[in-house]
Design a protein. Structure first.
Length: 117
């Protein structure tokens, strides 16, 4: 059974930083492309950042320079370092795992990030 478990969310002041983690089990992690998505209240889910199985990265244009995605295949974990956080970054952040051989990705349960003073 596949599990993606996000952690590291919480309340942070504007300008602060958080590092999210997503630990995967039940998959051959090194074969999967991983991504972070987020969904703010009343808005559609949007892609934040992605990293391929061979560590090529891609970011939402509006987030380049503030967020960094990385992976540690030895730990079956993908990370999202978020710096200079803004209130607009408040959302539930979801981990996503996808492999070309499967049409549907796996999703985590999400972790809440709240940026507020």
């Amino acid at each position: 059974q596949v599990h993606l478990v996000e952690s590291g969310g919480g309340l942070v002041q504007p300008g602060g930083s958080l590092k999210l983690s997503c630990a995967a089990s039940g998959i051959i992690f090194s074969f999967f492309n991983m991504a972070w998505y987020r969904q703010a209240p009343g808005k559609e889910r949007e892609m934040v950042a992605s990293i391929t199985y061979d560590s090529r990265t891609n970011y939402a244009d509006s987030l380049k320079g503030r967020f960094t995605i990385s992976r540690d295949d030895a730990k079956n974990t993908v990370y999202l370092q978020m710096n200079s956080l803004k209130p607009d970054d408040t959302a539930v952040y979801y981990c996503n795992a996808k492999i070309n051989a499967q049409p549907q990705p796996y999703w985590g349960q999400g972790t809440q990030v709240t940026v507020s003073s």
